[in-house]
Design a protein around this ligand. Structure first.
Ligand SMILES: C[S@@+](CC[C@H](N)C(=O)[O-])C[C@H]1O[C@@H](n2cnc3c(N)ncnc32)[C@H](O)[C@@H]1O
Ligand code: SF4
Length: 462
């Protein structure tokens, strides 16, 4: 079996596996969060987190974007009014004060991430101020040993922006590219030149950023295998350390701007598998390692090392090398993962403001995970990160009889084994190369909640 075996997918097989399902950036997934979870639960979770101690990971969500990309599934506010940032930042500082009071002083911030929306929608002064305020509330590292990253839209950043970001403490950037093809760019309302992207990448290198990552999406309107390979030619010229190649999540009922993308213009499931399979081949040839289901990294990148050493993890930002950090998230729609609980903030600016103006944490929903959740999360994380699961290791760690506990899942896996997606040995489950393309289906077999929910809320697997 080799990595070109994606070509062996026949239409019948594609039909059977092209269902909807989670991407497992968390388990349980966000659709399980419920509004019975509130501020008191979060305080208890923070107390458990303090009892365990250890470093923290911080996330700050900046929702604003100047223009809308039609494919976008992120929580964003599209506006030309830069003045909107000011009152929002004041609310974020309010939340920071409330949140930081819950956590023991001095827990070092090993990871920091600004996501969006478009974080560089903020002015230089605002970005400086946001970092300074964060440092007043949390123990930021000043020696460049933390992993401090930011999402960049190259249309909203130039060399001066990148220099400023380095100066205030960032050392990793991820850039939205999606596709360099002009026809695709027009269809998704995101016109972005190779040159403006290169300026950002070159400046990041010059400023000694530790890592540059690029985001692409496959499955966008008018994409074909040939055209996407041309985009990859240009991408490899930029020599990124990491690449995320996301499967386009098309959910027009949920994301209104996606209604401007005609379903007829999208590549078929068979074409998408072909694009993905060829992308994997192309990037392996170019010297990258496949990390999990949609990331690639250079072999000496920390993500690749973590995968080799079996310490790779998955969180809301995708794959990560930091397993043990509790994540404190601030801003609209952001999700914290603290002391065995998930907590998501309200999504609307006015509700966010109202909660904070009344001195309340702006929590909308969440959940406290159970022992069973922790077991299933471990199994899903192992499979989606390492494509392999040691059955005795799980039994020893959780005190279960694996075959008894997961009898239903193993019955599903038997069919997948017959389809050559995986190998079921006496003491381990090994995902075959072509099963990697359908890893979400494999994980779903271990998801206790899957099938109990409205399938409309998840994107297509292929
Ligand atoms: C929150 S966006 C932020 C990046 C920044 N605003 C930009 O556009 O450059 C992060 C990434 O999510 C991905 N993304 C957004 N919508 C998506 C969708 N519907 N399906 C798959 N990936 C998507 C894109 O690759 C995007 O770069
Ligand atoms: S992809 Fe980025 S810039 Fe485009 S709408 Fe989404 S968050 Fe905004």
């Amino acid at each position: 079996m080799n990595d070109t075996d994606h070509k062996l997918f026949d239409p019948e097989l594609i039909r059977r596996y092209d269902t909807s399902g989670p991407r497992y950036t968390s388990y349980p997934t966000a659709v399980q969060f419920h509004d019975g979870f509130g501020e008191a639960d979060y305080r208890e979770a923070a107390a458990r987190s303090n009892a365990a101690g250890g470093p923290l990971s911080l996330y700050v969500h900046i929702p604003f974007c100047d223009t809308v990309c039609f494919y976008c599934a992120c929580n964003k506010v599209v506006t030309k009014d830069r003045g909107k940032a000011r009152p929002y930042l004041d609310d974020v500082y309010q939340e920071m004060a409330l949140q930081s009071a819950l956590f023991d002083d001095g827990r070092p911030v090993d990871q920091l991430h600004w996501g969006g929306g478009t974080p560089t929608f903020l002015s230089h002064d605002e970005m400086r101020e946001l970092m300074r305020k964060t440092g007043e509330h949390f123990a930021l590292k000043s020696d460049d040993t933390g992993e401090y990253s930011i999402e960049i839209d190259p249309r909203e950043a130039d060399a001066a922006t990148i220099r400023l970001l380095r100066e205030i403490g960032f050392n990793r950037i991820s850039l939205g590219v999606q596709d360099f093809d002009p026809v695709v760019q027009k269809a998704v309302n995101r016109i972005q030149s190779f040159e403006e992207t290169k300026e950002v990448v070159d400046t990041a290198r010059e400023q000694d950023f530790h890592g540059v990552s690029l985001d692409l999406i496959y499955g966008l309107p008018f994409q074909t295998r040939e055209r996407f390979m041309k985009t990859l030619d240009r991408v490899v010229e930029l020599d990124p350390d990491r690449l995320s190649i996301f499967n386009y999540a098309h959910l027009p009922q949920r994301f209104k701007p996606q209604r401007r993308i005609a379903s007829d213009d999208l590549p078929s499931p068979a074409e998408k598998l072909d694009i993905l399979g060829s992308t994997i081949e192309y990037l392996l040839d170019a010297g990258y390692v496949l990390i999990g289901m949609d990331h690639f990294a250079k072999p000496d990148d920390p993500l690749a090392t973590a995968q080799r050493e079996g310490t790779l993890h998955r969180n809301f930002q995708g794959y990560s090398t930091h397993a043990e950090c509790d994540m404190v998230a601030m801003g609209v729609s952001s999700i914290s993962q603290v002391g065995g609980a998930f907590s998501q903030n309200v999504k609307e600016l006015d509700r966010y403001h109202d909660a904070l103006a009344n001195g309340r944490l702006p929590i909308e929903k969440g959940l406290v995970t159970t022992e069973e959740d922790a077991l299933r999360r471990h199994v899903i994380t192992e499979l989606i990160c390492h494509f392999r699961l040691s059955i005795p290791a799980v039994e020893a760690r959780f005190g279960i009889d694996f075959r008894k506990h997961f009898a239903d899942a193993l019955a599903d896996l038997k069919t997948m084994a017959d389809d050559d997606l995986l190998h079921l040995a006496a003491d381990e489950i090994v995902v075959e190369p072509r099963g990697r393309l359908l890893i979400r289906n494999i994980c779903m077999a271990f998801d206790e909640y899957h099938g109990t929910l409205d399938g409309q809320r998840f994107s297509r697997v292929i």
